[in-house]
Design a protein around this ligand. Structure first.
Ligand code: 0GY
Length: 304
């Protein structure tokens, strides 16, 4: 079926540059999505945005162009709890993609097992109000309790201002917990200020908590343009991501976030995003942990 994209919707970059930074062999893009195509995989009636199409073959082409070996495909909110597009991509990947699903408590054990067989290794709980309607905590806890025996983890997406209110719920989850995009800090605030200190404390006090140091393009106010004499695009995000990588080198993941939903000002060049990595993971050892060892431990433990 044909869909009208949300007005102002920016399509993904059609010709990303070849990155200067060469990712280590076996690197995993641990946060990306597929959208439809809408003709094959309808978008959810309850969605808060209607994206452009972004198919599995387009995702795999980007993977190859950027030099990655594998993907973790995270269920996007525009597909609600219909995981078919994500599952189809995992199944078509020759074992090179794993998935993170969104489910309701009504899902059966057999359906959970089918998701596992397809390559799903986690569920996503989204607390960003512009993206999803509220789900009762007790439903989320029930889901977490049911997926724990499968060895899955919970991916959480929230805004930094909401961490105090969500802290105890997150702490009580019975699985590994992976935070999207460092809990979306306001990077105009000091990296040493109370907001980011709270996130660091959250990770320090809970060894089960991991973080994706992804989405500088979403968090940055300075944008992609590197100033003369300065090295990095999205330079205002560098101190935040670098600090998490250096403090928690065994609990960090990185992803492109392709096809970049809901960006209003600019669409990132995915090659430039890869070139952000050596600014936040300064040594070959940190880069290998971030891009290979950590995601392999979480998503392909049988090979790690
Ligand atoms: C992201 C971020 C966003 C959207 C989604 O599933 C989604 O719709 O995750 C966002 O709008 O901040 O991780 O892709």
């Amino acid at each position: 079926m044909a869909y009208d994209k949300t007005p102002g919707w920016l399509d993904w970059h059609a010709a990303p540059s070849r990155p200067l930074f060469q990712v280590p062999p076996g690197s995993v893009d641990a946060h990306c999505h597929v959208f439809g195509p809408g003709d094959d995989f309808p978008f959810a009636p309850e969605r808060k945005y209607t994206p452009c199409d972004a198919s599995k073959s387009q995702l795999f082409a980007l993977r190859d162009q950027l030099g990655f070996a594998r993907n973790v495909i995270v269920q996007a909110t525009c597909h609600g709890t219909d995981n078919r597009a994500m599952v189809d991509a995992c199944l078509a990947s020759n074992g090179r993609a794993r998935g993170v699903a969104t489910v309701r408590r009504s899902i059966s054990d057999a359906e959970l097992q089918a998701l596992h067989t397809a390559g799903v290794r986690g569920v996503r709980f989204n607390f960003v109000k512009r993206l999803v309607d509220f789900t009762p905590r007790e439903e989320l806890m029930e889901i977490a309790t049911r997926i724990a025996p499968l060895g899955w983890h919970v991916v959480i997406y929230f805004e930094a201002v909401d961490l105090p209110e969500l802290w105890h719920f997150f702490a009580a989850l019975p699985t590994t917990v992976v935070v999207d995009h460092m809990g979306r800090p306001d990077v105009s605030l000091p990296v040493d200020g109370p907001q980011f200190a709270l996130f660091e404390r959250f990770m320090r006090e809970h060894p089960k908590v991991w973080s994706k140091v992804s989405c500088p393009e979403r968090l940055s106010l300075t944008g992609p343009k590197a100033l003369q004499g300065e090295q990095a695009a999205y330079r205002d995000v560098v101190p935040f991501a670098r600090r998490i990588v250096e403090q928690f080198p065994d609990r960090v993941l990185w992803g492109t976030d392709w096809p970049h939903p809901n960006l209003k000002d600019h669409m990132p060049d995915d090659g430039l995003l890869v070139d952000f990595i050596p600014h936040i993971a300064l040594t070959a050892d940190l880069q290998r942990k971030l891009l290979v060892e950590n995601p392999m431990r979480l998503y392909w433990p049988e090979e790690a």
